[in-house]
Write a protein that binds this ligand. Structure first.
Ligand code: SF4
Ligand code: SF4
Length: 245
C-alpha cells in the first residue's frame, strides 16, 4: 500500500473512531422549555432599540428581565448576572446630546462566534435565530464567553436559591447565561419580558418581532429608520439593532 493511500485510510479510520468515542459523552439535547423552538417555525426574531426613547434612569426592562428569568443579584459585581444591562456612552459631537444610555444584551448574532467556539455544541442558533445555551449539555468551559465580542455572557458562579417565577426554568449553576429573547414566552405567543415592561410604561423604546415578516412592527421600524448594530464591522450580523447609536 502506498504511503499516501495508507495515511488516507488511517485518517478515515481515526476520524471514525473519534466520532464513535465522543458521541456517548454528549448527552442528548434536553427538551427543556428554553432550548427548542416549539411554535416559531419560519420566523426570525429581532429587536430594535430606539435610544431616543430610552431614559437613562429607567430600569423597567432590567427589573422585568430579572423577575422573569429568576436572575439573582448577589450584590457583588463578580457574581451578578446581567441578561440585559445599561451603559452610558459619552458623545463626542457637540451637536448631539452629550450622553446616551444604551441597553446591551445578547445580539443573537446571525453568525455567532460563541456557537462556533463551543466544543460540545451547547451554544447554538435555533431555527428562529435565537442563540441559546443548552445548560444540560454545557460543560462550563467558558469558551463562548471569551469569543463573544460584546461581553454578552455572564458565568453563573454561585448557586441561586431564588426561584420566584415557576413558569420559567430555575437558573443553572456553573454555566454561562445570556439573553434568550425570553424563548419560553415566545413559544407561548408572548413578547420578551423587557419589551412588555417598556410598553407598559409607554416608552416603547424596545420594538420586537419577526424580521422575516415585512408587516411586523420591527420590520416596519427597520424600513423607516436608520438602524445599526453594535460593531457591525465584526461581521457577526447582530439581530439587535439601534436607532440613534
Ligand atoms: S452577542 Fe455574543 S453571546 Fe450573543 S450571539 Fe453574539 S457572540 Fe453569541
Ligand atoms: S461554557 Fe458551555 S456553552 Fe460556553 S463554550 Fe463551554 S460548553 Fe459551550
Amino acid at each position: 500500500m502506498e504511503r499516501r493511500e495508507f495515511l488516507k485510510k488511517s485518517g478515515v479510520l481515526l476520524a471514525g473512531t473519534a466520532c464513535a468515542c465522543a458521541l456517548p459523552l454528549l448527552p442528548a439535547a434536553a427538551k427543556s422549555i428554553n432550548v427548542d423552538s416549539e411554535n416559531t417555525a419560519g420566523k426570525k426574531w429581532g429587536m430594535v432599540i430606539d435610544l431616543n426613547k430610552c431614559a437613562k434612569d429607567c430600569n423597567a426592562c432590567l427589573d422585568a428581565c430579572r423577575k422573569e428569568n429568576n436572575v439573582a443579584m448577589h450584590g457583588d459585581k463578580r457574581w451578578d448576572i446581567h441578561l440585559i444591562r445599561k451603559v452610558t456612552l459619552k458623545r463626542k459631537h457637540p451637536a448631539e446630546s452629550p450622553e446616551i444610555s444604551v441597553p446591551l444584551l445578547c445580539n443573537h448574532c446571525e453568525r455567532p462566534p460563541c456557537a462556533q467556539a463551543c466544543p460540545v455544541k451547547a451554544t447554538y442558533k435555533r431555527e428562529d435565530g435565537i442563540v441559546i445555551v443548552d445548560h444540560h449539555r454545557c460543560i462550563g468551559c467558558r469558551y463562548c464567553m471569551i469569543s463573544c465580542p460584546y461581553n454578552a455572557r455572564f458565568f453563573n458562579y454561585r448557586e441561586n436559591h431564588e426561584w420566584p417565577n415557576k413558569d420559567n426554568t430555575r437558573s443553572s449553576h456553573g454555566v454561562p447565561e445570556s439573553c434568550n429573547f425570553c424563548a419560553h414566552r415566545l413559544d407561548k405567543g408572548k413578547k420578551p419580558a423587557c419589551v412588555e415592561a417598556c410598553e407598559e410604561i409607554n416608552a416603547k423604546a424596545l420594538i420586537f418581532g419577526d424580521l422575516n415578516d415585512p408587516g411586523s412592527d420591527v420590520s416596519k421600524v427597520i424600513a423607516g429608520n436608520h438602524v445599526r448594530g453594535i460593531r457591525e464591522d465584526f461581521g457577526t450580523k447582530p439581530k439587535v439593532l439601534y436607532i440613534g447609536l
